[in-house]
Design a protein around this ligand. Structure first.
Ligand SMILES: Cc1ncc(COP(=O)(O)O)c(C=O)c1O
Length: 386
């Protein structure tokens, strides 16, 4: 199988698995204990904390380990809700469901900020929403289109009004340089399985001095900010993944991701008529290609590609199988037929150039086949949503 679904999840890299295995096998001591084995686990967690902090430009004490992106986001939004005054919340209309659904549970009004046709936040509308706002939450990069938001500008504008900013950096981390201090965010959410770590572990950056209320209460782990016995193996793996991502960044790995994505996209555009690339091309994650294929239902295409050995997604992975255009495409004003004919291909550092070229040929063949079937009057391929 050629895995072009890295925005859904990435494979654990061998060196990260190696780092984590001893902690699954033998390092089971509770890191809160006072004996030698417990202290060894504690040291491993603190080492991982410095690895994550070093990569993100944070202080170690600003990193709180969690169970993943969803928990980090829920913690951040609920904490902002508890610790800010009366005003409204501002979130972009293209956020992941972890942000949108959590925002719906808050007592206060949360306003959705529109994006332009390229999928970027309209800054003049943000400027109008900021007076009287309590907090802002805007994702660093979108999971479906890969479009990168002008986060530094957003933070500067919010700061001028004294409004704190959270960012969902789950997709950005590992695919573009991301420095919390440089950007000026107050809170930022991360998930290890999006950058070659395991599932079930993530981190929340909490800038020193930010008023904070935990989501989970109990044994006061993580400096009282996230209770629950730490997932030592997962945290060690996240630290190793962070170090690897830092190295990747320093050695031009993001450029290599872009080479893979561009080779795939260019070959496909050369070979096949009726293909459009969605999203702002100048501000895109280097690994993501969101494409629409004229006269082709994405649901049918997904099945043909799966049979051919290519894993990719229609819309965001959380919505696979649903035939409605995603909220992201709706927010960008992508017309319904085009939205229903779009697929996301997302590359990771584990893909090869050979795979990128082979995938372009296979996608091209599958699209031609589907167009012949649909053009023959057999009708659109039916996919029943589960
Ligand atoms: C942008 C974004 N935010 C949040 C999440 C949720 O992260 P996790 O799977 O770690 O809960 C995802 C996962 O798909 C995502 O893409």
């Amino acid at each position: 199988m050629i895995h072009l679904d890295a925005n859904a999840s990435t494979p654990i890299r061998a060196e990260i698995l190696e780092a984590m295995l001893p902690w699954l096998r033998d390092g089971y001591a509770n890191p809160s204990g006072s004996h030698r084995e417990a202290k060894r686990a504690r040291q491993a967690i603190e080492h991982a904390r410095s690895q994550v902090a070093g990569w993100l430009g944070a202080l170690p004490e600003e990193i709180v380990f969690t169970s993943g992106g969803t928990e980090s986001i829920n913690t951040a939004l609920r904490s902002l809700d508890r610790n800010t005054g009366t005003g409204h919340g501002l979130v972009s209309a293209i956020e992941h469901s972890a942000v949108l659904r959590c925002a719906e549970t808050l007592e206060r009004e949360v306003m959705l900020m529109p994006v332009n046709a390229g999928g970027r936040l309209e800054l003049d509308l943000l400027a109008r929403g900021l007076p009287g706002a309590a907090f802002v939450s805007v994702m660093a990069a979108n999971n479906e289109t890969g479009v990168i938001q002008p986060l530094a500008e957003i933070c500067a504008m919010a700061k001028a009004h004294g409004v704190p900013v959270h960012t969902d950096a789950v997709q950005a981390a590992g695919k573009m340089p991301f420095n919390v201090r440089g950007l000026g965010v107050d809170l930022a959410s991360f998930s290890a399985h999006k950058f070659h770590g395991p599932k079930g572990v993530g981190a929340l950056y909490v800038r020193c001095g930010t008023a904070f209320t935990p989501l989970l209460w109990g044994g006061s782990q993580e400096g009282g900010r996230r209770s629950g016995t730490e997932n030592t193996a997962g945290i060690v793996a996240m630290g190793a993944a962070a170090s690897l991502m830092q190295k990747l960044q320093e050695t031009g790995g993001h450029g290599q991701l872009a080479n893979l994505r561009d080779a795939f996209e260019n070959k496909l555009l050369e070979e096949l008529p009726g293909v459009a690339v969605n999203g702002d091309l100048r501000h895109r994650l280097p690994n993501t290609s969101h494409l629409s294929f004229d006269d082709c239902e994405a649901a049918g295409l997904l099945i043909l590609l799966d049979e051919a050995g290519i894993a990719c997604s229609a819309g965001s992975s959380c919505m696979s199988g649903r035939q409605r255009p995603s909220h992201v495409q709706v927010a960008m004003g992508i017309e319904e037929t085009r939205a229903r004919s779009s697929l996301r291909f997302s590359f990771s550092t584990m893909n090869t150039m050979g795979e990128a070229f082979a995938a372009a040929v296979m996608v091209s063949r599958a699209v031609e086949k589907l167009r012949r079937v649909q053009g023959s009057g057999v009708g659109p391929v039916q996919v029943y949503c589960t």
